[in-house]
Design a protein around this ligand. Structure first.
Ligand code: OGA
Ligand code: NI
Length: 312
């Protein structure tokens, strides 16, 4: 499908809207879900999931709490600044996801907040990178905030595990392959609240909500508000690159595969370049990055290799 969209800074753009497969997680027709997911993973590694079991009420609460946190004065937010375990607040320009195309700007026009699995300081697991205590706002500053985020963190992991069952089946592995203790038993799961301020993106000047990148992990679940902005580029080598919008679908997650799964599957499944273009409206999204245990050995999956197709 192609349609004319509003121009960005006077430059008319004809941008396609991607029609991604919609995967039903309810379990009512697993065969159909697996074949639809498989097709999406071979094609671009992006799809929607619906009937994932997280209620609209909880989603609304998480977004409300996220808005409240970003609405705090900068001085309050800076007290919650990201620590050495990558948990906490990341201000504007903290990240520059596409340095080659963002040479003349300070970075991505977004602010964020990382929340990992809560691991107390005195827990031996806190020695691992990315594991440790989270940074939490005071209860009297943001009442109920921590509880809301911890609840969502847990339920999102269940959704990721449900998706990983379908991925396993799509790769002809046994259904719990990725959910085994050695793989997703103690995952690195990172919730990231994101806020894109209204600053209009201008690719010709390197101004983006988020520069082009692919996610590096296993899978990412993305929840967004109803403001569009996410774009994908299925063929990164095409000249010029062709970008397609992935529109928000109410109640659905956008799921995308990370580079690790691309590699794990011997490049049979795809991780795809994506970016965020802001058209003048503020936008909030919530990413949930899932990676396996720290000591998980990632090597070519047994079903992704053959004599003709040896491990890359
Ligand atoms: C990311 C990402 C997209 C969005 O955080 O990796 O691609 O819509 N986010 O915020
Ligand atoms: Ni991403």
């Amino acid at each position: 499908m192609t349609m004319e969209r509003e121009s960005i800074n006077g430059v008319p753009e004809v941008t396609a809207v991607s029609t991604l497969n919609v995967i039903d997680l309810s379990g009512s027709d697993t065969h159909r879900s697996v074949s639809s997911l498989k097709q999406a993973c071979l094609d671009c590694g992006f799809f929607y999931v619906i009937n994932h079991g997280i209620s609209d009420e909880l989603m609304k609460e998480v977004f409300d709490q996220s808005r409240k946190a970003f609405a705090l004065p900068l001085s309050e937010k800076m007290k919650l600044l990201k620590n050495e375990k990558h948990r906490g607040y990341t201000p504007l320009f903290d990240e520059r996801l596409d340095p080659v195309n963002q040479l003349n700007v300070a970075g991505d026009y977004k602010e964020g907040y990382y929340i990992g699995i809560e691991v107390p300081e005195d827990d031996p697991r806190a020695q691992e990178p990315y594991y440790g205590p989270n940074v939490w706002p005071d209860e009297d500053v943001l009442p109920g905030w921590r509880q809301c985020m911890e609840k969502y963190h847990q339920l999102a992991l269940d959704v990721a595990k449900a998706v990983s069952r379908l991925i396993a089946l799509a790769l002809d592995l046994e259904i719990e392959y990725f959910n085994k203790q050695e793989i997703l038993g103690e995952p690195i799961a990172i919730l990231r609240l994101l806020h894109y301020e209204g600053r209009v993106s201008d690719p010709s000047k390197g101004i983006y909500g988020a520069g082009a990148h692919s996610d590096f992990g296993f899978i990412t679940l993305l929840a967004t508000d109803d403001v569009s902005g996410l774009q994908i580029c299925k063929d990164k080598d095409a000249v010029p690159q062709k970008w397609e919008y992935v529109e928000p679908v109410k109640g659905a997650f956008v799921v995308n595969l990370g580079d690790m799964l691309e590699r794990w599957s011997n490049c049979i499944f795809r991780s795809t370049l994506h970016r965020v273009i802001i058209g003048g409206q503020e936008r909030y999204s919530i990413a949930y990055f899932v990676l396996p245990n720290h000591n998980c050995l990632v090597e070519c999956l047994p079903t992704c290799r053959s004599e003709e197709n040896p491990p890359k």
